[in-house]
Ligand binder design. Structure first.
Ligand SMILES: Cc1cc2nc3c(=O)[nH]c(=O)nc-3n(C[C@H](O)[C@H](O)[C@H](O)COP(=O)(O)OP(=O)(O)OC[C@H]3O[C@@H](n4cnc5c(N)ncnc54)[C@H](O)[C@@H]3O)c2cc1C
Ligand code: SF4
Length: 274
C-alpha cells in the first residue's frame, strides 16, 4: 500500500483519504476497506476554529475545549469515544464514520454491503434504528453529526457548500451509500451559526466510551428550535417536536429506545428554554 502526503488540494488524485485514522485503520485491518493508495490529508485540510468556522481537521478534543464551540457540539464531542480517540479523531472523519452494526462490521452480506437481507432486522438489533429502518436498520453512530444538524451547520467541501443534514441520505436498493459525498470529494470546513442556546444529551450503555443508544441535540437559533437525534435511524434524524416520535417504527428489540428518546427530547427542550 502506498501512503501519499499531498500539501495542496490540487495534488489530490484518488485514493482513500485518512486523517486521524481511528476509523480507516480498523476498517483496513478488518478487510472492510481496500486501498492501494492512502492519502494523508493532514497537510491539506484546515485545523482549528475561527469566527464560527471549524476546519474539518479539528479534533474532537480541540472542539471540546475551544470556548467558541456551541454547547451542543461541545457536549457531543465530550461524550464521544475515549480521550485517546478524541485526541486523534477529527470532526470531518467523525461525520463519515461507517455504521457500527455488528453484522456489517463482521462482513455479513447484508443490504448495506450490497446484499439482499438485513440480518439485524431478523436477528439481534438492540442498538438499531427506530426510524427509516425498513431497508437497513442501522443506527447512525455520530454524536457530533446530530449536534451539527440541530445547529444548522453548513459543510464546505472542495466542490460545494451543503447543509450538514444534506450530507446524509437513506440507503436504497439502487445506492447503498448513506452519504451524498462524491468519490474523491474532500470535506474542508464547517460553518456553525452561533445559537442562542443549545444542548446535547446522550443515553449510552456505559458512561464513557460508548456509542449513542439515543442522542438528542436541541438548538435555538434566531428564535427557531431544531431537534436532531443520533442512534435512531441510519442517518442523523431530524424531528420537529416530541410529537414526531409517534411516527417511529421500532423493531421488537428497539422499542425501548422510544421511551428514552421522549425523555431526552423533553429534557433537551427544557434545557434550552424551548
Ligand atoms: C472504539 C471507538 C468508539 C467511538 N465512539 C464514538 C462515539 O461514542 N461517538 C461518536 O460520535 N464517534 C465515536 N467514534 C468515532 C470516532 O469519533 C471517529 O472514528 C473519528 O472521529 C474519526 O476521525 P478520524 O480523523 O480518525 O477519521 P479517519 O479514520 O481518518 O477517516 C474516517 C472516514 O472519513 C474519511 N475522511 C476523513 N477526513 C475526511 C475529509 N476531510 N474529507 C473527506 N473524507 C474524509 C475517511 O476516508 C474515512 O472514510 C468511536 C470510534 C471508535 C474506534
Ligand atoms: S442494519 Fe444495515 S448494516 Fe446492519 S445488517 Fe441490516 S442492512 Fe446491514
Amino acid at each position: 500500500m502506498e501512503l501519499l502526503r499531498p500539501s495542496s488540494v490540487a495534488e489530490l488524485d484518488g485514493g482513500v483519504v485518512v486523517h486521524g485514522g481511528t476509523e480507516v485503520v480498523p476498517l483496513l485491518r478488518e478487510g472492510l476497506l481496500d486501498a492501494e493508495q492512502l492519502v494523508d490529508v493532514r497537510g491539506v485540510v484546515p485545523r482549528g476554529v475561527q469566527d464560527g468556522t471549524i476546519g474539518a481537521g479539528t479534533t474532537l478534543a480541540e472542539l471540546e475545549t475551544e470556548p467558541a464551540t456551541p454547547d451542543a457540539l461541545r457536549e457531543a464531542c465530550r461524550l464521544a469515544a475515549s480521550p485517546q480517540l478524541r485526541t486523534m479523531g477529527t470532526i470531518g472523519g467523525n461525520l463519515l464514520q461507517a455504521t457500527r452494526c455488528w453484522y456489517w462490521r463482521l462482513d455479513f452480506p447484508c443490504r448495506l454491503h450490497g446484499g439482499d437481507i438485513c440480518h439485524a432486522a431478523a436477528g439481534v438489533h438492540r442498538e438499531h434504528a427506530i426510524f427509516a429502518n425498513d431497508f437497513c436498520a442501522s443506527a447512525h453512530p455520530s454524536d457530533p453529526a446530530a449536534a451539527l444538524v440541530a445547529l444548522g451547520a453548513t459543510l464546505r467541501t472542495d466542490a460545494r457548500e451543503v447543509p450538514v443534514a444534506d450530507l446524509y441520505r437513506l440507503p436504497t436498493p439502487d445506492d447503498r451509500s448513506t452519504t451524498t459525498l462524491a468519490p474523491g470529494e474532500l470535506i474542508v470546513e464547517l460553518d456553525v451559526p452561533a445559537p442562542e442556546a443549545s444542548t446535547y444529551l446522550k443515553a449510552m450503555d456505559r458512561r464513557r466510551w460508548s456509542f449513542p443508544i439515543v442522542g438528542v441535540a436541541a438548538a435555538r437559533t434566531g428564535g427557531e428550535t431544531r431537534l436532531a437525534l443520533s442512534g435512531v435511524a441510519p442517518i442523523p434524524w431530524t424531528i420537529g417536536s416530541e410529537a414526531d416520535l409517534d411516527s417511529a417504527t421500532p423493531l421488537p428489540g428497539t422499542a425501548y429506545k422510544l421511551d428514552i428518546a421522549r425523555a431526552l427530547v423533553r429534557r433537551a427542550l427544557s434545557a434550552i428554554g424551548g
